[in-house]
Design a protein around this ligand. Structure first.
Ligand code: GCB
Length: 601
């Protein structure tokens, strides 16, 4: 009886749909692929290294119709006798190629990947070939036929391949190209390793023909009692119904599909997700043909003057920046265990917040962080001097933003989408980033928009934040390397900050380099003592900023960067980590930890 009483069954008919906000234009990515039936295509793939791209261009430098598959019906992929996958090398997917083969350490260009697999399609399903990420450009061929391309190294993409699969043996080939280009996002200049390859997992995902393809389920902006959203059902007929239930809240509602989408709104009082109690609810979505479950958290996020407000309470973000660099072995992170090691270190540091820099990290990282109670800043690689006046560059950045938000819009842990890092002021940049911020708001009106700025000017008593981009964001990220790129560490304590905006400021980067195990005086660069001293004085500086809402110093762990060749110290690593790439904690780790454990609680 009680259960019946609590079971509110609400039917929303088409005429009601005007009550709901329009569903934004997402990228059609299947949501929550872990709850789908899927076959992994991970493992060893054959590779052919092709610096001159002879497998793609003929000797007149014209692209060949099907790459080197002159004949789509060919059983063997190679018509060019030099391109024989059967005798080629192999590397692991997921994984970057640079850390797997010595001769590919610095390689930037094309590598062809091939994988054979068996498949038995059934008439009742659709099959998607889903790549979690390929850096940077991918041209994908299935059974010798080109099926599509993707640009951007850190977001997922998929192709529906139902009609292209054969019963029995199939093969997929991917031309992966990580050449840096001026017009790309990021551009040619970046302070992290340009790892190439199929860096994240590849799956064949099968769904019923009429299937749940996408959904958004979160608290309505500002409300703690209305869960609202929409469910997209591919190939649905108008009038079919979707059931959404949250058993723990004893809520089940039905909503009618119109033009592929069912909108809904649920009255409920969920326990709110927060760092100390990262509550996730099992949410199930059902149609007559399909069923999915997800673990979803509910929380509110807003700003009030210079404060960040989570679930109605001011929150101070005690964070650290993280690159997607694997602990102990370096190269790209490829496993859940590696994600957990990085996150566990952030926990030990006393963090409640992480900045996932400088590109969208894997879905696994985001979900693990959410379970552990980290609030998250997520960003796209609009970094330094990308071409702000180029319309293709804008389209590329917008696409990466859309793919990031499409994938992660149901993650309560993500508080902020960042649209840029350290971009130089200009009119073109202001328009570009202003439009991107608008776009992010259209896609997701519930979260905060931010950007990391290094454009502060000299004020009367110190630094003044007045970059006009400040108007376009909700939270202002500031990167400033007092005691490293500018000034001496002892002068940082007294550095004053002022802002032209009544908005929260997060110190998105501060820091300096140290080689683990190198000891000396606190004024000797590269020693642990220098770095620890710099952290002490920067923390003193931060205590004096009354509009500071949090920080994410640079960075949790040393990471590979080709801008960092210094022999015996850097050896191709940016040494600003609080932990070495071998997992050894430097003195500064404990300085920051003390600050986090003792203050701003
Ligand atoms: C920055 C960048 C970051 C660099 C860092 C550094 O300002 O945002 O990508 O790695 O400085 O170490 O110089």
């Amino acid at each position: 009886m009680q259960a019946l009483k609590n079971l509110s069954i609400v039917l929303f008919f088409s005429s009601f749909s005007v009550l709901f906000a329009q569903k934004p234009q997402f990228s059609d990515l299947l949501q929550n692929i872990d709850s789908r039936e899927k076959v992994s295509l991970n493992g060893l793939w054959d590779i052919i290294i092709d610096p001159l791209e002879n497998g793609y261009y003929n000797h007149r430098l014209q692209p060949m119709d099907n790459g080197f598959f002159k004949n789509a019906k060919m059983q063997s992929p190679s018509d060019l006798i030099e391109y024989n996958f059967d005798t080629s090398d192999q590397i692991m997917v997921p994984g970057d190629w640079n850390s797997q083969m010595e001769k590919l350490y610095y390689f930037e260009g094309t590598v062809w990947y091939k994988k054979d697999f068996n498949y038995t399609p059934t008439a009742k399903e659709l099959v998607y070939l889903y790549f979690e990420a390929v850096n940077y450009e991918a041209i994908v061929y299935l059974n010798g036929e080109r099926i599509g391309t993707h640009t951007g190294g850190y977001t997922p993409f998929q192709f529906e391949v139902t009609d292209k699969l054969k019963k029995g043996n199939n093969f997929v080939v991917v031309k992966v190209d990580n050449k840096r280009k001026r017009e790309n996002v990021p551009t040619v200049n970046q302070d992290w390793w340009n790892y190439g390859g199929i860096t994240r997992s590849v799956h064949l995902i099968s769904t019923p023909v009429t299937h749940i393809s996408d959904y958004s389920i979160q608290l309505a902006k500002g409300s703690t009692t209305t869960i609202e959203g929409w469910v997209n059902v591919e190939n649905a007929v108008n009038g079919e119904r979707v059931e959404i239930s949250i058993p723990e809240l004893r809520k089940t509602i039905h909503s009618v599909i119109e033009n592929g989408t069912a909108h809904f709104s649920i009255k409920a009082k969920p326990k709110l997700w927060e760092p100390n109690d990262p509550k996730l609810y099992e949410v199930s979505i059902k149609t007559t043909t399909d069923k999915l479950t997800d673990a979803i958290g509910f929380r509110t996020i807003s700003t009030q003057g210079s404060k960040i407000v989570l679930n109605g309470k001011e929150v101070f973000l005690k964070g650290i920046s993280i690159h997607e660099e694997a602990p102990f072995k370096t190269g790209r992170v490829t496993t859940k265990e590696e994600c957990r090691i990085l996150l566990q270190w952030a926990k030990e540091l006393g963090c409640n917040y992480i900045r996932l820099a400088h590109y969208p990290h894997s879905e696994t990282m985001v979900r693990e962080a959410e379970k552990m109670g980290f609030m998250i800043w997520s960003e796209i690689p609009v970094y330094w001097t990308i071409l702000f006046d180029n319309t293709d560059t804008y389209a590329n950045a917008k696409n990466q933003l859309t793919e990031m938000i499409s994938r992660d819009k149901n993650r309560a842990a993500i508080l902020m989408w960042s649209v840029a890092n350290e971009t130089p002021e200009s009119d073109a940049r202001l328009e570009f980033l202003g439009n991107l911020a608008e776009e992010a708001r259209k896609l997701d009106p519930t979260r905060l928009i931010t950007a990391a700025l290094d454009t502060q000017s000299e004020g009367e008593n110190g630094k003044l934040i007045e970059d006009p981009l400040g108007k376009a964001v909700d939270v202002i990220g500031i990167n400033h390397y007092c005691g490293w790129y500018v000034d001496e560490p002892e002068n940082c304590s007294s550095l004053k900050w002022a802002s032209a905006y009544d908005k929260p400021m997060v110190m998105s980067e501060v820091g300096g380099g140290a080689l683990y195990g190198l000891h000396g005086e606190k004024n000797e660069r590269w020693t642990e003592e220098y770095q620890a001293h710099l952290y002490k004085t920067n923390i003193e500086m931060m205590r004096n900023i009354d509009f500071l809402s949090g920080l994410s110093p640079w960075i949790l762990m040393d990471f590979r960067s080709s801008r960092r060749p210094l022999k015996r110290i850097q050896e191709d690593f940016n040494r600003k980590g609080l932990i070495s790439e071998q997992g050894m904690k430097k003195q500064a780790f404990y300085i920051l930890r003390d600050y986090y454990l003792k203050e701003n609680n």
